[in-house]
Design a protein around this ligand. Structure first.
Ligand code: ISL
Ligand code: CA
Length: 538
């Protein structure tokens, strides 16, 4: 028997933007409960819920003040218990986000830790002396020029790989680790089915804190990602929390590559699944803001590489940190192309070998937002980017429009009433005005909609031996427009063909079998973003 997480399609919920139940403009747990039937209809078998814990929201919940309290805007623990019960009633599993590389600076551990050098919580965080009145080393963070902030109470600096308000937890400290394990176990005892572990590859840092090579502040993952002790901690975590439970843990494996990925999932003693970001980096340069054209040949070799490297992949086109896939890799030039390219991309990704993770709104073909001024932005990453690039504003804006994380965070478009039916109040972030055209209620009624197509794909894959277990073979690796592959199991074969380009093209060879799913009238010639799935029984 396969573990449950190999046979289900996941759906990622960003609670702040999913559904508001009380008119304060912020999505909440009651809102999610009211939409569980929608998820069931879609064919979803599990949900990854972004952080719902008490937080001052410097990084929208990824800065946790209390790991065992629900964010008051989202509801309370009673609402959570009902949510979990209602999900389980519908046979939907729930995995929680676990953010334990850092906490909020408002967490009681940090409030204690910063007080004095001999505070019992001092070593829950990473403190160091400065060098000649400057930071302890030259590391930069994901969100700020320096990864260090100074505390005048004790004259030392603390490390934060993200914002100042996200001090890094010190996993070297066994007391800290025990507190985290106990917290995780209490969530398990409540009945949750697993965790998505935020930047889990970063939890161990080189304790010598060596300078990174280069001038100025330097991003230095060689000293804080995938360090030897990270493996030790993950094994301990598995033994103390996961072992013996019917659960799943997927790690956000920032900096995982084909060489080290199997050290995380290979022997089953650390993680079950990883998110790696090779595809998400495909249109970036030295930084994600360095925009590059989509390169289909690179896309194909990346997919093939990961299908061959891991026995089981996570399959995703986006998440709350990424722009909307149809704007990014599809086409929004016309309604027709938006519709067809969204379906094409879904076929391309979700029939691969692995577990699909669909990000909320993707199933509607939701698009990027046309952000125009800083007042519309909510994400600390984009806001900091603008601050840090005052002399390079055009470049920064270009990046934010294409890749800013707020693109994925505009409210879910439920219907064509005010604010897309997301809220009766003022939404915390603007609703995309295209909700009058793109919304769940209208798409439910339209047999040609992206939403109904997602239902078909999910249905096709949910109980399909070949699409779940089958091996993967890339076809026509050098073809410049077609992405095509086979899935083979016992004597059955599926062939998946997608024209990921703006031009027509002919198939290089005839494909036998019946078309079981397609987004156009399939002929020898494939139109732009035309995609088809063939099945063959002999
Ligand atoms: O979105 C990114 C920057 O463009 C990613 O590099 C992201 O910062 C990285 O993948 C880590 O993401 C996770 O941890 C962050 C949080 O801001 C993200 O939302 C979360 O997914 C810090 O907790
Ligand atoms: Ca609300």
């Amino acid at each position: 028997m396969l573990p449950w997480w190999k046979e289900r399609v996941f759906y990622q919920i960003y609670p702040r933007s999913f559904k508001d139940s009380n008119g304060d403009g912020i999505g909440d747990l009651k809102g999610i409960i009211s939409k569980l039937d929608y998820l069931k209809e879609l064919g979803i078998g599990a949900v990854w819920l972004c952080p719902i814990y008490d937080s001052p929201n410097a990084d929208m919940g990824y800065d946790i003040r209390d790991y065992e309290k629900i964010m008051s805007e989202f509801g309370d623990m009673d609402d959570f218990d009902i949510l979990l019960e209602e999900m389980h009633k519908r046979d939907i599993k729930l995995i929680m986000d676990l953010v334990v590389n850092h906490s909020s600076d408002e967490h009681r551990w940090f409030i204690e830790s910063r007080k004095s050098k001999d505070n019992p919580y001092r070593d829950y965080y990473i403190w160091a002396d400065g060098k000649n009145d400057k930071e302890p080393n030259n590391w930069s963070s994901f969100f700020t020029p320096s990864a260090w902030s100074y505390c005048k109470e004790t004259g030392q600096w603390y490390l934060h790989l993200f914002a100042e308000k996200q001090p890094g937890l010190n996993w070297e400290n066994p007391n800290l680790r025990e507190e985290i394990y106990a917290m995780i176990n209490r969530w398990f005892d409540k009945g949750v089915d697993g965790f998505r572990m935020d930047v889990i590859t970063l939890i161990s840092k080189n304790t010598e804190l060596p300078d990174g090579k280069g001038e100025g502040y330097v991003f230095s993952p060689e000293y804080f990602a995938l360090q030897p002790k990270m493996h030790e901690y993950l094994r301990e975590l598995r033994n103390k929390c996961f072992r013996g439970r019917d659960c799943m843990c997927v790690g956000e494996a920032t900096f995982a590559n084909e060489t080290n990925a199997n050290t995380l999932v290979g022997d089953g003693n650390e993680l079950d699944l990883i998110f790696q970001f090779d595809l998400m980096d495909i249109d970036g340069g030295s930084s994600k803001w360095d925009l590059r054209e989509f390169d289909l040949l690179k896309f194909k070799s990346t997919i093939e590489k990961w299908q061959k490297t891991l026995d089981w992949n996570t399959l995703f086109w986006g998440n709350h940190d990424q722009p909307r896939v149809v704007s990014r890799f599809g086409s929004t030039e016309s309604e027709e192309l938006r519709n067809r390219s969204a379906k094409c991309l879904a076929i391309a990704m979700y029939l691969l070998r692995g577990t699909p993770f669909i990000y909320q709104g993707e199933e509607l073909g939701m698009t990027n937002y046309l952000f125009e001024n800083v007042g519309q932005l909510r994400d600390i990453e984009s806001i900091n980017l603008l601050k840090q690039n005052d002399r390079n504003k055009d470049w920064a804006w270009k990046g934010i429009k294409a890749k800013g994380r707020d693109n994925a965070r505009t409210p879910m478009q439920w219907n064509n009433s005010n604010n897309a039916g997301f809220t009766n109040g003022n939404p915390w972030i603007e609703v995309n005005p295209n909700y009058v055209l793109i919304n769940a209620e209208d798409e439910e009624k339209d047999s040609n909609s992206i939403l109904n197509f997602y239902k078909k794909i999910i249905k096709l894959r949910n109980s399909n031996d070949v699409l779940i277990n089958g091996e993967f073979n890339l076809l026509w690796p050098d073809h410049k427009q077609l992405f095509a592959y086979e899935r083979i199991y016992e004597n059955k074969k599926y062939t998946i063909i997608c024209n990921i380009s703006n031009k027509n093209t002919n198939l290089p060879e005839k494909i036998s079998g019946n078309v079981v799913l397609s987004n156009f009238d399939v002929l020898e010639e494939f139109i732009p973003f035309g995609a088809a799935v063939y099945v063959n029984d002999d």
